[in-house]
Design a protein around this ligand. Structure first.
Ligand SMILES: NC(=O)c1ccc[n+]([C@@H]2O[C@H](COP(=O)([O-])OP(=O)(O)OC[C@H]3O[C@@H](n4cnc5c(N)ncnc54)[C@H](OP(=O)(O)O)[C@@H]3O)[C@@H](O)[C@H]2O)c1
Length: 304
């Protein structure tokens, strides 16, 4: 049986976090949200990635198009936007859009530090603040564990000083999971970001259970394996029972699987299309599949 809105919010209550949820999570029209374990703050279960899709340079038409993506995202109740200094012009393009949209209050800014010289972290973070046009980020993550020891020192010191709300690390493509596990066990992380989708499920074995045990929020990147999964299935029929979980397209089917894992806080699909933002955000509506239906989804994918 799929989980409905009441049951999903009920599971939040079990964490003791429901009392802390802002109105956003409880409003009938808002997307489903999960609490960040370290604070109880509710985050909608679908966010927005910006790798490649927001790297459009100074092209004014493309910049306005990306602003429309962000507008549609906020209009649908989205909050978390993920970027990195590694993503070319994505940061200034986000900053351009935020300014045009009047710096929407719901924004949850998730950026990264990515430089092999640990000492260069603070300077890079200052440049990222300027690109986004924000005084402080909600979340900073050490991108792909690059120089992670030094950068984590910087990020924890910033958090301590009130210059940052949450600290995290990222990996992708299933890389360096043993090291990620070690850091999760030895550092007081708020977030970990990793690849989790219907074809990349290694994280289910150790990292997702560990995240639940340690109270670490999880951001799922590469939900479509950069569109490979959409291409793989678009010629196939959706199963009739996809309707039971409100999945009307393969994109929704794939996303519903990711965000229904109880350890996942949110997935961050990237897109260049307003209709796709809306389609992706509508996944954050009940119902979500529970364990038995999730097993059926995996079996169906394997046989497709
Ligand atoms: N190590 C790290 O920290 C790391 C590594 C990888 C990724 N990330 C983060 O994760 C984000 C997502 O991963 P990703 O960018 O690799 O790829 P992705 O989100 O798996 O796939 C993006 C592709 O999916 C398509 N798409 C999106 N919504 C769709 C829909 N409803 N229907 C059909 N197609 C759809 C987009 O095409 P259209 O433009 O046509 O919609 C785009 O080409 C990144 O942008 C980045 O923020 C972080």
């Amino acid at each position: 049986m799929p989980l409905n809105r009441r049951e999903v919010l009920g599971s939040l209550a079990l964490t003791g976090a429901a009392a802390l949820l802002p109105e956003l999570a409880l409003a009938q029209t808002a997307p489903l949200a999960r609490p960040v374990p370290s604070s109880g703050e509710a985050l909608p279960i679908v966010g927005l990635g910006t790798w490649i899709t927001f790297n459009v340079g100074d092209d004014p038409v493309a910049r306005d198009d990306r602003t429309e993506i962000m507008k549609a995202f906020f209009d649908a109740g989205g909050r978390l936007i993920d970027s990195s200094p590694m993503y070319g012009s994505a940061q200034p393009v986000i900053g351009y859009g935020l300014e045009k949209l009047g710096h929407p209050k719901p924004l949850f800014s998730a950026d990264k530090v990515w430089t092999s010289e640990g000492d260069e972290g603070p300077e890079q973070i200052e440049a990222s603040h300027a690109h986004w046009g924000v005084d402080r980020f909600d979340l900073l993550q050490v991108h792909n564990l690059v120089a992670w020891e030094k950068h984590l020192d910087t990020l924890f010191a910033m958090k301590e000083a009130g210059k940052l709300r949450y600290v995290g690390i990222t990996t992708s493509h299933g890389r360096r999971h043993e090291e990620v596990e070690k850091i999760m066990n030895t550092h007081d992380l708020d977030f970990v970001q990793l690849t989790y989708n219907m074809a990349d499920r290694d994280a289910e074995d150790r990292l997702l259970p560990l995240a639940r045990e340690k109270g670490i929020a999880v951001i799922a990147n590469r939900p479509f394996r950069r569109k490979e999964l959409i291409y793989r299935f678009e010629g196939e029929k959706l199963p009739a029972w996809a309707d039971e979980i409100g999945a009307k397209s393969w994109a929704q089917f794939l996303l519903k699987f990711i965000v229904s894992h109880p350890a996942i806080t949110c997935a961050i699909p990237a897109t260049t299309r307003v209709d796709h933002v809306r389609e992706n955000l509508s996944v954050a509506r009940a119902p979500l599949p529970e364990a038995e239906l999730r097993r059926r989804m995996v079996a169906y994918i394997k046989s497709a």
